[in-house]
Design a protein around this ligand. Structure first.
Ligand code: HEM
Length: 402
């Protein structure tokens, strides 16, 4: 890492965090916690100007060729800076045609393009590739609820990646392999962990602190003239690998295909490659259905199809938790109390909240294979597979963990 990159990284982990935290505490102490414009202007100016100096230095230096990790770190730091500028209303895509932060935009575009990623911070920067230095990972603030959110998200993501990795390993072995039991077992264990982390996040995260002091850093912002949607915990390929490998979502579904295209550049290049290769496999559900008529009497079919259905059930539970617990409690609930003029920009992706909730519900219903007349889900296919089993899979029916 160059000296400039190192200094910027140090600033992001120290003064940047202190100033954001100070601002959050000022906003949070107000009667209207959503009021940001005209509040804490001295700190905002200091934050903007200090960061600008590092960015100008890095821009002058050009691409240092220091390798992926260094460039990815710079993209994350300049992204956090722009995310903070947006949060403190020093920029707002609704008011502007192009970003007022020309140097930061140029730096982000240069580094983003060289990495093959969107020129903004994304989940990888704050989750799976957020390098801890003496225990301190990058963050916007030092609020305990931000660390709780980042850490539990990351644990959930890591476990989903573990589950996806196990299922991918079944592809070359085939669904009739006796050793698929180990891999279904790993996937079940990993998804049970996701359920545990989601539940823990649900019970321990403070609703108001999350809504008023953490979530606002995830809004869309412009880089140059282009507006980029905000980061969300979903910007990793593991969740889609699970969708596609299990077969609950299909890359040929117009809605789902669009979603994959949209998120591609928000993921790390390795994840992009994994997702692309996953799109070429036949799903495990389709594999089982293809042999159901000829093989359902065999022991291997009974064992492996039951394990497969248990994995689907657990995956469905994680999706139901995300929607019915996390999104409801931490976004929909507090948004209902907002004044109408603060409602715009509540979501990370940009659309009005009801539209976002509807599209998240579509995903949830695909993942739980709900019976819906207006949406193609795998409900009937999974029911057909289940009907071939001699015993009930272990967790059938327990979709909603308490
Ligand atoms: C307090 C906790 C959480 C809340 C309130 C929350 C809320 C949201 C919202 C509102 C979106 C839509 C993005 C947007 O705003 O445009 C989203 C997307 C997403 N989130 Fe979360 N989330 C939380 C935690 C998690 C965790 C722990 C995971 C999994 C590890 C996760 C996985 C996803 C995924 C995969 C997406 C992309 C859409 C999808 O494929 O379902 N989220 N989340």
């Amino acid at each position: 890492m160059s000296n400039n990159a190192e200094s910027f990284d140090r600033w992001i982990r120290t003064s940047f965090v202190e100033m954001n935290t100070a601002l959050e505490n000022v906003y949070f102490a107000q009667e209207d916690r959503a009021q940001v414009i005209g509040v804490g202007d001295d700190i905002k100016a200091e934050l903007r100007d200090e960061g600008h100096v590092y960015i100008v230095g890095l821009l002058k230096e050009g691409n240092t060729g220091d390798g992926f990790d260094s460039a990815f770190g710079v993209l994350g730091s300049v992204g956090l800076y722009l995310g903070a500028m947006r949060r403190h209303e020093l920029t707002n895509p609704a008011r502007e045609k192009r970003s007022p932060f020309a140097e930061a935009s140029a730096l982000a575009s240069h580094v983003g393009a060289s990495l093959g990623m969107a020129p903004r911070f994304s989940t990888g920067h704050l989750a799976t590739h957020n390098k801890a230095v003496a225990g301190i990972r990058k963050s916007f603030t030092s609020l305990p609820d931000e660390f709780l959110f980042i850490d539990e998200n990351t644990r959930g993501i890591l476990s989903m990646q573990g589950a996806a990795d196990a299922l991918r390993r079944i592809v070359p072995l085939g669904i009739s392999s006796p050793v698929a039991d180990v891999l279904f077992g790993v996937a079940k264990q990993a998804l049970s962990e996701v359920i545990r982390f989601n539940q823990r996040l649900f019970t321990t995260l403070d609703v108001d602190r999350f809504f008023y002091s953490v979530r606002p850093y995830y809004k869309p912002y412009r880089v140059g003239w282009q507006e980029y949607r905000g980061a969300n915990a979903g910007d990793f390929s593991g969740i889609n690998e699970l969708d596609l490998l299990l077969g609950v979502c299909r890359a040929s579904d117009p809605y789902y295909a669009q979603l994959l295209v949209d998120k591609m550049l928000f993921m790390l290049p390795d994840d992009q490659a994994r997702l692309r290769s996953c799109m070429t496999y036949r799903s495990l559900l389709d594999e089982f259905l293809a042999v159901a008529d000829t093989s359902s009497d065999t022991d291997w079919f009974q064992e492996n199809a039951a394990a497969f259905i248990e994995v689907c059930e657990l995956f469905g539970q994680t999706a139901a938790q995300h929607h019915d617990l996390l999104v409801k409690r931490f976004i929909e609930g507090p948004a209902a109390d907002l004044k109408p003029d603060h409602l715009a920009g509540v979501t990370a992706s940009g659309p009005p909240l009801p539209a976002l909730i509807r599209s998240l519900e579509v995903l949830k219903d695909m993942r739980v294979a709900a019976k819906r007349t207006d949406l193609v889900t795998r409900h009937d296919d999974l029911a057909r597979l289940k009907s071939r089993l001699r015993r009930e899979p272990a967790c059938t029916g327990a979709r909603q963990p308490q």
